[in-house]
Write a protein of this length. Structure first.
Length: 441
């Protein structure tokens, strides 16, 4: 195609003349003449067979092997060739060096990718977080709308550690509502789109068709019943961006922490078990005390007694009646501090201070109400789950966690996962109540 483009250019503005002799027939003088001829550009009006006046144009002889084209026709043909070249370069099948590979994503789709990936976007809740865990967040070329926001409350450690995210170009709305026209107009065009929660926004195949960019679907999973889905997502993402080793390290980190929490608490005597409840859990925004989780992972990891536990349920958020909380009468209450976003006159903390029924609870009367980090914040912040678990273990069974400073442990976790100790900034956003006993007077 480039050959035809050059031929067209030659016919419009002139051409380079060159006679190439057969092998063995070139003398030194012939070489000199050939070199001089090769460097001479003959304007169109001086070619053999052309009229000096620019009137009629004959086919010519010798070097004049191609029919003459009008400027308009030649320009149109050149434009057509260049358009075809751009299409080939930008199509999903176009890969560096002509090499490609295929992967099977979490949706069972076969996706063709370049051998080397160095430009990506992450679509959907939690997607950029996973890439940050893999220490590959420098590959992004744009972000969704949630990364551009500046809010007082922030419970996403990966963004606190990477404030530069908000300076990247925008490619779509948060929760996977991508805008293909923004993606294809990016100055640095992504080679792959990672997508979690694929049912949100464009269907992955449609998004791939509209952008001409491979889409790789990930099943985000969680640290509970969906743990293997999470680990598969990390391995798949790692394989795509060349971070297989780091993916293995992150998985091993999660497994070690969960195993450590379990070993510390697996044999607590029944008579020393304490009942607890966690309220105010965020789910697509802040809520009051009645918002909880039946299988709240930080409590489950330390084998504690969650009064709201429903073993047949997974992590999903549930809302329980006020009367049920009073009937359970937990000895310890943990507050997901996302609830304070509701202000001084609403939310779980306000309810515990002012509601007469809640004031009768054993945990309230004994002062056993504690603040924990929110983790449901644009999907699950997995490091915060582990940090909360170590704090809850320390509160419920202090003799098993004598070597643990929960705040320092949180920073150890964040430093590994997101590359920076961010506990102090998160704590400041939540009125310095994280991992503290909360005064109710």
């Amino acid at each position: 195609m480039m050959f035809f483009a050059l031929v067209i250019r030659e016919r419009v503005i002139g051409r380079v003349t060159m006679n190439i002799p057969r092998a063995g027939q070139m003398t030194d003088s012939r070489k000199t003449r050939m070199t001089n001829a090769a460097m001479r550009v003959i304007p169109a009006g001086e070619r053999p067979g052309d009229s000096g006046s620019g009137g009629s144009t004959s086919r010519g002889t010798g070097h004049d092997r191609f029919p003459a084209l009008s400027v308009r026709a030649a320009t149109a043909l050149l434009s057509l060739c260049l358009t075809a070249l751009v299409f080939l370069l930008l199509s999903p099948a176009s890969v560096q060096g002509g090499q490609e590979r295929t992967i099977i994503d979490a949706a069972g789709r076969t996706v063709r990718l370049p051998q080397r990936i160095d430009r990506v976007v992450c679509s959907g809740a939690g997607c950029l977080r996973l890439l940050t865990y893999l220490s590959a967040h420098d590959l992004i070329v744009a972000v969704d709308s949630i990364e551009k926001r500046s809010t007082v409350f922030s419970a996403r450690p990966y963004t606190i550690a990477n404030p530069q995210f908000r300076d990247y170009p925008l490619f779509g709305e948060f929760r996977g509502f991508d805008q293909p026209e923004l993606i294809v107009s990016l100055e640095r065009r992504p080679q792959v789109i990672f997508k979690t929660f694929a049912s949100s926004g464009y269907n992955p195949d449609e998004l791939q068709s509209k952008t001409g960019i491979p889409v790789v679907v990930l099943n985000h999973g969680d640290l509970g019943a969906g743990r293997q889905n999470l680990f598969h997502a990390l391995r798949l993402m790692g394989a795509v961006v060349g971070k297989e080793r780091r993916a293995g390290e992150v998985i091993a980190f999660f497994e070690h922490a969960i195993r450590d929490l379990g070993m510390r608490t697996t044999d607590i005597p029944v008579d020393r078990l304490r009942s607890c409840f966690v309220g105010g859990i965020a789910f697509k925004g802040p809520h009051g005390l009645q918002s909880t989780e039946a299988m709240y992972p930080p409590i489950a990891f330390v084998n504690a007694v969650n009064v709201a536990a429903q073993p047949d349920r997974r992590i999903q958020n549930i809302t329980v009646a006020k009367e049920q909380i009073v009937a359970w009468d937990p000895s310890v209450i943990f507050l997901d501090l996302s609830t304070i976003q509701l202000g001084d006159r609403a939310g779980a903390l306000f309810e515990l201070k002012t509601d007469a029924a809640y004031r009768t609870l054993s945990a309230v009367r004994s002062g056993n109400v504690y603040g924990v980090l929110p983790y449901n914040w644009y999907s699950q912040n997995l490091g915060s789950i582990l940090a909360d678990a170590y704090f809850i273990g320390k509160v419920l069974y202090p003799w098993r966690f004598t070597d643990i400073d929960p705040k320092a442990k949180a920073d150890e976790i964040y430093a590994f996962l997101v590359g920076k100790e961010v506990f102090a900034e998160m704590n400041a956003a939540f009125a310095s109540l994280v991992f503290e006993k909360i005064p109710l007077e």
